[in-house]
Design a protein around this ligand. Structure first.
Ligand code: NAI
Ligand code: MG
Length: 355
C-alpha cells in the first residue's frame, strides 16, 4: 500500500502530521513518502506541482493531501499559483468523482448553524463531478460582443458542456454508492433552463434503469439549495455537476458544525484517489497549533476504505474520532462551554489513544 503524502501549505503540514500519526498507529504496513506541493514546492523548486511530486502521486495507490495556498502568492501568474497543484493532480490522475460526506456527529449537533432537530443524525453524501461543466468547457474568454443586449460592448463568456460518457460514469458511481446506503439518489440539475442539464437528467435517468433497486429523483439546483437547509435529512446520495456540486457541498459543510470536520475523496476509475479535508490552508491560524485535524484524519479513513481495501481500519478511525468527541475534546472551531479545548497535536494524540 503506497501512499503519497503531500502536506502543502499553511495548516496543511500540521493536520497531515496528525493523520500520518493515526495511520502509523493502525499497525498496518504502509509505504509512505512525502513531497512538497503548492506554495512550499514553488518556494523550493519554482513550480507548485514539480515533476517529482506528480510522479510520486501517479505511482501511489492513494494521495493524502493537506491544503495549498496563501495570500502572499496572489500576485503570481495563474500557472504558478499553489492552487494549480490540486487542479493539475485532478487532471493527471483522472479524478472525476468527488465524494463529500456531510455527517453531523451526535456530539456536535449544537455546533451546527441549523436547529438541532434538523441535523441530529444527518448523514448525506454529495457526489460532485470534477472534470467537466462550465469550469473547463471551451471556448471561453473575453471579446467585443457582436450581438446580445449590448452589441459592441466588452463581454466575457464560458461554456457549459457535458458528454454522455462523463455523465454516465458519475451516475454509476452515485448509484453504486447508494446501493451501500439507503438506496436513494437525488440528481440535481437545472434542466428547466439549461440544455446541458436536460441532457444530464436524461442520461442519469437512463443509467438509473440499470439500478432498479435504487430510487432516483431529480431536483432543480435552486430547490436543492433551499431543501438542504430546510430538511437536509431528506437527502441520502446527491449527484450533480461540477459547479452545482462545488456550491452545494460547501453549503452542506455548515450543517455539520465546522469545515474542520469535513473529509473528502476524489476518485478515478482505477480506485486510485486523492484524499483531503474540504477546507483550505487557513493562513489566519497557520503555525498556531490550533487547526482541527479531524477532517484530515477522517479523509485518511476514506482513503483506507476506497483505495486500500481496509474497511475495518477505516471504521476503527471513525469510531476513535467519535470517542474523542464523546470525551469532550474540542479544537477551538468546535469548542463550546463545558468541553475541553485542545490543540492540533493533542487532538491527534487523543485519536491515537482511542484507537
Ligand atoms: P480556508 O478553508 O483555508 O479557511 C476558511 C476559514 O475556516 C478560516 O477562518 C480558517 O481559519 C477556518 N478553518 C479552515 N480549516 C480549519 C481547520 N481545520 N480548523 C479550524 N479552522 C479552520 O479558506 P480560505 O481562507 O478561503 O482560503 C485560504 C487559502 O486556502 C487560499 O489560498 C485558498 O486558495 C486555499 N484553498 C485551498 C484548498 C485546497 O487546497 N484544496 C481549498 C480551499 C481553499
Ligand atoms: Mg469550494
Amino acid at each position: 500500500m503506497k501512499i503519497a503524502v503531500l502536506p502543502g501549505d499553511g495548516i496543511g503540514t500540521e493536520i497531515v502530521a496528525e493523520a500520518v500519526k493515526v495511520l502509523k498507529a493502525l499497525g498496518l504496513s504502509f509505504e509512505m513518502e512525502s513531497a512538497l506541493v503548492g506554495g512550499a514546492a514553488y518556494e523550493a523548486h519554482g513550480h507548485p506541482l514539480p515533476e517529482f511530486t506528480l510522479k510520486l502521486a501517479q505511482a501511489a495507490d492513494a494521495v493524502l493531501f493537506g491544503a495549498v495556498g496563501d495570500w502572499k502568492y496572489d500576485k503570481l501568474d495563474r500557472p504558478l499559483r499553489p492552487e494549480q497543484a490540486i487542479l493539475g493532480l485532478r487532471k493527471h490522475l483522472g479524478l472525476f468523482a468527488n465524494f463529500r460526506p456531510a455527517i453531523c456527529y451526535e456530539q456536535l449537533v449544537g455546533a451546527s448553524s441549523l436547529k438541532p432537530e434538523l441535523v441530529a443524525g444527518l448523514d448525506i453524501l454529495i457526489i460532485r463531478e470534477l472534470t467537466g461543466d462550465i469550469y473547463f468547457g471551451q471556448p471561453r474568454g473575453r471579446r467585443t460582443a457582436v450581438d446580445g443586449h449590448f452589441p459592441g460592448a466588452e463581454e466575457a463568456f464560458d461554456t457549459m458542456r457535458y458528454s454522455r460518457p462523463e455523465i454516465e460514469r458519475i451516475a454509476r458511481v452515485a448509484f453504486e454508492a447508494a446501493r451501500k446506503r439507503s438506496k436513494k439518489v437525488t440528481s440535481v440539475d437545472k434542466a428547466n433552463v439549461l440544455e446541458t442539464f436536460q441532457f444530464w437528467k436524461d442520461v442519469v435517468t437512463e443509467v438509473g434503469k440499470e439500478y432498479p433497486d435504487v430510487a432516483l429523483d431529480h431536483m432543480y439546483v435552486d430547490n436543492a439549495a433551499m431543501q438542504l437547509v430546510k430538511a437536509p435529512k431528506k437527502f441520502d446520495v446527491v449527484v450533480t455537476g461540477n459547479m452545482f456540486g462545488d456550491i452545494l457541498s460547501d453549503e452542506a459543510s455548515m450543517l455539520t458544525g465546522s469545515i474542520g470536520m469535513l473529509p473528502s475523496a476524489s476518485l478515478n476509475d482505477k480506485k486510485q484517489g486523492l484524499y483531503e479535508p474540504s477546507h483550505g490552508s487557513a493562513p489566519d491560524i497557520a503555525g498556531k497549533g490550533v487547526a482541527n485535524p479531524l477532517a484530515t484524519i477522517l479523509s485518511a479513513a476514506m482513503m483506507l476504505r476506497f483505495s486500500l481495501n481496509q474497511e475495518e481500519a477505516a471504521a476503527r478511525i471513525e469510531t476513535a474520532v467519535q470517542k474523542v468527541l464523546a470525551q469532550g475534546l474540542r479544537t477551538p472551531d468546535i469548542y463550546s462551554e463545558g468541553t475541553t479545548q485542545v490543540g492540533t497535536a493533542q487532538m491527534g494524540d487523543a485519536v491515537v489513544k482511542a484507537l
